[in-house]
Design a protein around this ligand. Sequence first.
Ligand code: CTP
Ligand code: MG
Length: 230
Amino acid sequence: DKCIAVVPAAGVGSRMAADRPKQYLTIAGKTILEHSVERLLSLPEIQHVVIVVSKTDPYFPTLPLANDPRITVVDGGAERVDSVFSGLAAINDDNAWVMVHDAARPCVRLDDLRQLMVAAQQSECGAILATPVRDTMKRAKVNEQDNVIDHTVDREQLWHALTPQMFRAGQLREALTTALAQDAVITDEASALEFCGYSPVLVKGRADNLKVTQPEDLALAEFYLQQLLK
Ligand code: CTP
Ligand code: MG
């Protein structure tokens, strides 16, 4: 099946604290956003990418991507979920598969994209890339001044949710609408579907598909990109 990518790129990058939003920082010869979008477009099933940018963004129009016929640009919102919602509004085929991928994850590998695509299309409602938790997990006691351990959480069933996350456009839009109307905490696409009673599939992806978040992530992302682009 064909698949449309939605790339939320309307954040300000407050934790990166750079002179511009982090998706416009250059690593390994290109902006982080360009790396992310080009990886998605290298999948033959993805022939169209909806990029969600801030209304006042002066950087996007300067990129070659701005004149690429495979790209649609839409305005973002205050929160990531609003930006994703805005991206979905540009897709009129409810039955189309959408792959939502953070602009800030430039190191995703083609193999993982392919695996996700196969898993989603075989699933009931969709799938996400994720990695099993590696560290011992602690739950802190509530309402204590200092951080004190309450107990160790069994990590057997714990995963880190990554992107891309792949769902049917209509189903994702509906789930986001329902979840937002009921004030559910929605930090990724899957959480909206979970809220509506669906069980998206976890596809084990690579841990180096990091979300560039803080300054120290830049060197790591550059290293991974150099490996990947060899
Ligand atoms: N994003 C978005 N619209 C928002 C907020 C975030 O499209 N209102 C996008 C970001 O551009 C990024 C992705 O969602 O590609 C993941 O968000 P995050 O890593 O939190 O990026 P920022 O919100 O920009 O960073 P910070 O939270 O440090 O400000
Ligand atoms: Mg953010």
